[in-house]
Design a protein around this ligand. Structure first.
Ligand SMILES: Nc1ncnc2c1ncn2[C@@H]1O[C@H](COP(=O)(O)OP(=O)(O)O)[C@@H](O)[C@H]1O
Ligand SMILES: [Mg+2]
Length: 331
């Protein structure tokens, strides 16, 4: 969808400003709430891929939880389903690129602790995410810039029916992203809490190593690619996968892979693994992430070259966006 397809104010109140991002099912725009004069994020589903009702059911359960965007309005605009929510900052995929495709151990652990809190909160309201990947975790703006938010509940599902765990099933079609999906998801086993946690593990290892062994595999069709990724994933031992990483990542993966289908994960055990490692390394919990440091360095470098050549105005502005995202709600 292009900006020109969205005509008029949404709900006579929200104005599209510019595109912020897009995923498999929709596009998210920065918008202006004309009644309060504040910025918001507007998610507009693709016509053919709407997950609106499902996503709203989940959002409603999370409105009191920390680390999930507040929803201001949802409904239809023309033939599209729309969610208007709190505007957040960059996603972890964008920040990973910005940082040269690697995160330090300190940043990765601070992300891990945030993400484990989010998944615990989501699981506590009876929902599994089923599409864990860096693009679905965003930093906040202003005073929330220390926090990692979780978004995108289009593929989420309740794992409880009448307070009972859903039954174990096989022969399910694949749901999620190949790179981060659990081995059992590839096998067609119904997903449960353990699969979200396994995917988080792959994401953290990806951040530290800069790549996963099953990346870049080609297949002439989607299902052939999925098969290739599955083969490499199941044939990579955890020792190999976690080579050169602190042992805690191996312990994390081992724990997730051993969880039973309907078992409640011990989130505290997993958080403790990482917080102990954080302390052992004598890191300071100052919420200074790699992107904060790199943005500062790049800004200084560009200011220097700007002074000399006077040509870097555009590049400087883009780096400044990362530094000043916290100021972005412009009053
Ligand atoms: N509240 C928000 N504020 C700012 N950007 C957002 C917000 N929600 C989503 N985005 C951006 O839009 C992208 C797509 O949104 P997402 O909800 O993941 O849609 P999809 O279901 O299409 O993947 C995200 O990866 C993120 O970069
Ligand atoms: Mg997404």
């Amino acid at each position: 969808m292009t900006d020109s397809n969205i005509v008029g104010l949404i709900n006579s109140r929200f104005q599209i400003v510019k595109k912020l991002g897009s995923g498999s099912f929709g596009t998210v725009y920065k918008g202006l709430d004309r009644t309060t004069n504040t910025f918001v994020a507007i998610k507009i589903d693709d016509e053919e891929h709407t997950r609106h009702e499902n996503e709203m059911l989940v959002f409603k359960k999370l409105q009191k939880s920390i680390g999930f965007p507040k929803v201001f309005w949802d409904g239809q605009h023309g033939d599209r389903n729309v969610i208007v929510m709190e505007q957040l900052g960059y996603n972890l995929d964008e920040l990973f690129e910005f940082c040269g495709k690697k995160f330090s151990l300190k940043t990765t652990i601070m992300i891990a602790l945030n993400v484990l809190n989010r998944i615990e909160a989501l699981h506590n309201v009876g929902i599994i995410h089923r599409d864990i990947k860096p693009d679905n975790f965003l930093i906040g703006l202003q005073s929330a810039k220390n926090k990692i938010y979780m978004v995108d509940f289009g593929l989420s599902k309740s794992y409880l029916i009448n307070n009972e765990h859903i039954p174990y099933k096989t022969g399910k079609s694949f749901t999620g992203s190949f790179r981060y999906s659990s081995i059992r998801n590839h096998k067609g086993i119904e997903q449960s809490r353990r699969d979200d946690l396994e995917s988080i593990g792959y994401m953290l290892i990806f951040f530290l190593k800069g790549e996963l062994p099953w990346q870049g595999l080609k297949g002439s069709t989607k299902s052939k690619r999925s098969k290739q990724i599955f083969n490499v994933k199941k044939n990579t031992s955890l020792i190999e996968l976690c080579q050169d990483l602190p042992n805690e990542f191996f312990e994390y993966m081992k724990y997730c892979r051993l969880l039973r289908f309907n078992q409640k994960p011990n989130y505290n055990y997993l958080k403790l693994l990482f917080s102990k490692l954080f302390k052992e390394k004598k890191y300071e919990l100052d919420y200074i992430f790699d992107w904060n440091i790199i943005a500062k360095i790049k800004k200084l470098q560009m200011e220097e070259s700007y002074k000399e050549t006077n040509k870097s105005v555009k590049a400087l502005a883009s780096v400044e966006r990362v530094i000043t995202t916290e100021k972005e709600t412009e009053s």
